[in-house]
Ligand binder design. Structure first.
Ligand SMILES: *Cc1c(COP(=O)(O)O)cnc(C)c1O
Length: 394
C-alpha cells in the first residue's frame, strides 16, 4: 500500500521530502526510483499527451522529483524539471507576449536580469527594473499612469544578493488586477521556508542546483504551477527548446531533496547565530540578514516566511592596505574551512565577493560578500571567520 492521497496531503514537509516520489510497493521492488537511460520508448499508433514517446518529451526519472516538488509547493500539478535554473527562467519568460512588459527586481539573480535584458534589447519584450522592496514603486511599474500594464511580474524575495524582501501578497494582487502572470523565484527560500503559490503566485521557479539538490554536484532547474494552461505552455516550451534534465541529475536531485528539511533547519539556525556575531564585528561595515530585527526586511520576512533562510551578506570596511573590496578579497583568501566559490545552498559553506562577476549589477557594493551557510558545526564556521577577520588587522 502507498499512502492515500488524503493522508499524503496531511503530511508535514519534513516527511514529504522523505516520503514523496517512492515507487509502488511490489514485493522486491526497489525503494528508490531507478535511473532510466533511454532516449526513446516502444510505441505504435498516434502519440497522445500521456505517452512518453521520446526522451525529450519525458523520462520516468524526472517524475518522482516533479511530484515531490509539487507536493512541497502545494501545487495541483506535477512540477517541470529543466536542465538548469536558467533554462527554467527561459521557459517562464517565453510566456510573455511579444512586446509585453516584465517588471523585475533590480537585484534579481544576475542571469535572469541578463536574459530579460537581452530579450528587451532585441525588442521582444520591455524590461522594467525596480527596487522590489519599494511596494509603491513596483505598483507604479505594474500599472503605470496612462502607460501599458505589465504582462509579467517577476518576484524574487529575498533577492540575490541584496536580500531585499518584497511585500508578496500585495504585489501579486496588483499584478493580477491588470492580468499579469506572477513568477516567483523561490530558490533562496525553498518551499520549506516560503510557498509562493499560497500567496497567489502563478508560477514558482527554482534553481534546483542550490538548496533542493543541496550538494553542489548538479545543475538543474524547475517550475511549478497549478494552472493547467500555463503548465501546458511551459511543457511545450521545454519540449521544443530542449532544456531537459539528464536522468542522472534528476536522480541526484531527488536524493538531495531527502535531507532538505534537516539541512534547512541546521543552516538557518547557524546563519542566525553568525549574523548576530558578525553584526557587531568592527570590520563589518554593514550586514544584511532578514532575521536580524534591525534589518529593513525583518517584519515582512517574519510575516511571510517560516524562518529567514541561510544566506547573509556583509560589507567589509577598507583599511590602510586598501579599500573594502581589497579587504574582502583578503578575508576570503584567509579562510580555511569556508569554500571560496560561487553558488549557494549546498551542505558546505560557500563565500564569495559578488562583484567578482562582471555581470553583477554595479548597485551591489564592491565590498559585499555573500555567505551561504552550510551544515558544518557553527562554532567551527565562526572560528574560521573570526581568524580571517583578525588577519585583516595585520
Ligand atoms: C543560481 C540561481 C539561478 C540560476 O540557476 P542555475 O541553476 O545556475 O541555472 C536563478 N535564480 C537564483 C535566485 C539563483 O540563485
Amino acid at each position: 500500500m502507498s499512502l492515500s492521497e488524503e493522508r499524503a496531503a496531511a503530511l508535514s514537509p519534513e516527511t514529504v521530502v522523505v516520503a514523496a516520489g517512492r515507487p509502488d510497493r511490489g514485493h522486491d521492488a526497489p525503494v528508490n526510483p531507478p535511473i532510466v537511460l533511454s532516449s526513446t520508448y516502444f510505441g505504435t499508433g498516434p502519440l497522445g499527451d500521456h505517452d512518453r514517446g521520446y526522451g525529450r518529451y519525458s523520462n520516468p526519472t524526472w517524475d518522482p522529483f516533479e511530484e515531490a516538488l509539487a507536493q512541497l509547493e502545494g501545487a495541483a500539478l506535477p512540477g517541470l524539471l529543466y536542465a538548469s535554473g536558467l533554462a527554467a527562467v527561459s521557459s517562464a519568460l517565453s510566456l510573455v507576449p511579444a512586446g509585453g512588459a516584465v517588471v523585475m527586481p533590480s537585484h534579481s539573480y544576475s542571469g535572469s536580469l541578463m536574459m530579460a535584458g537581452e530579450l528587451a534589447d532585441k525588442g521582444f519584450l520591455e524590461l522594467r527594473t525596480v527596487d522590489i522592496a519599494d511596494t509603491d514603486a513596483v505598483k507604479a511599474m505594474i500599472a503605470p499612469d496612462g502607460g501599458k500594464p505589465a504582462s509579467m511580474l517577476w518576484l524574487e524575495s529575498p533577492t540575490n544578493p541584496m536580500l531585499g524582501i518584497a511585500e508578496v501578497s500585495e504585489l501579486t494582487g496588483a499584478a493580477h488586477a491588470v492580468g499579469a502572470i506572477v513568477v516567483t523565484d523561490n530558490t533562496f527560500s525553498t518551499p520549506l521556508v516560503q510557498q509562493p503559490l499560497s500567496f497567489g503566485s502563478d508560477i514558482v521557479l527554482h534553481s534546483v542546483t542550490k538548496y533542493l539538490a543541496g550538494h553542489s554536484d548538479v545543475v538543474l532547474g524547475a517550475l511549478v504551477t497549478s494552472d493547467p494552461k500555463l503548465r501546458a505552455s511551459l511543457l511545450h516550451h521545454r519540449i521544443v527548446h530542449g532544456g531537459i534534465a539528464g536522468p542522472f541529475e534528476a536522480f541526484l536531485a531527488l536524493r538531495g531533496l531527502r535531507t532538505l528539511a534537516l539541512r534547512i533547519e541546521r543552516s538557518q539556525a547557524s546563519a542566525a547565530i553568525l549574523a548576530e556575531r558578525l553584526k557587531d564585528h568592527p570590520r563589518v561595515e554593514a550586514i544584511r540578514y532578514p532575521g536580524l530585527p534591525s534589518d529593513p526586511g525583518y517584519e515582512r520576512a517574519k510575516a511571510q516566511m517560516k524562518g529567514f533562510g541561510s544566506i547573509l551578506c556583509i560589507q567589509i570596511s577598507g583599511d590602510r592596505r586598501g579599500g573594502g573590496a581589497h579587504a574582502a578579497d583578503r578575508l576570503i583568501a584567509a579562510l580555511e574551512l569556508w569554500l571560496p566559490a560561487t553558488s549557494l545552498g549546498g551542505v558546505e559553506s560557500l563565500i564569495e565577493r559578488r562583484r567578482r562577476h562582471a555581470a553583477e549589477p554595479h548597485s551591489v557594493p564592491d565590498n559585499l560578500i555573500r555567505l551561504s551557510v552550510g551544515i558544518e558545526n557553527v562554532e567551527d564556521l565562526w572560528a574560521d571567520l573570526e581568524q580571517a577577520l583578525k588577519s585583516l588587522d595585520s
